[in-house]
Design a protein. Sequence first.
Length: 185
Amino acid sequence: MAVRDILILPDKRLRLKSEPVKAVDRSLRKLVDDMFETMYAAPGIGLAAIQIGVPQRVVTMDLAKKDEPKAPQVFINPEVVWKADERATYEEGCLSIPEYYEEVTRPSAVRVQYLDLAGTPHEIEATGLLATCLQHEIDHTNGVLFIDYISKLKRDMVMKKFKKAAKLGTGKPLSEDKEPSHHIG
Ligand SMILES: [Zn+2]
């Protein structure tokens, strides 16, 4: 297992549409191991493979609270097959856009189909933080970032800051004076 580098905005690879996983094999399990190690080290509660530069439709997640035992979840080829009409708003953050948080409104519940690490298909209905996190991570597999849902003015400001930071080589342009409430990933 290895902690891998997380791609940071404005890395163009974050805009790639990831390919479906063809076979649940040893190399995929190795990728998933690396994703968990990278996600826990960050720390984050969710990670898509493209965030470590691998354009495959794989998502790892662990929504357990600090005082709870680890609850790792893997979603291979996850796909939203139904969205609720009702909307919910959460403050989101992203490991690829470090230290930037903004409220995002999304469907409050979704049904998602995916494969597990044994290659077995599942369908779940997700609500609350799981629904938000799944939508955030599945967006990553389609090259979509949470800043795509905020105002153009705010998005332009974030892009400008991260482009400048990338030029300076710091990677983290924003100082954070408050504890993040949702470090989504
Ligand atoms: Zn993210």
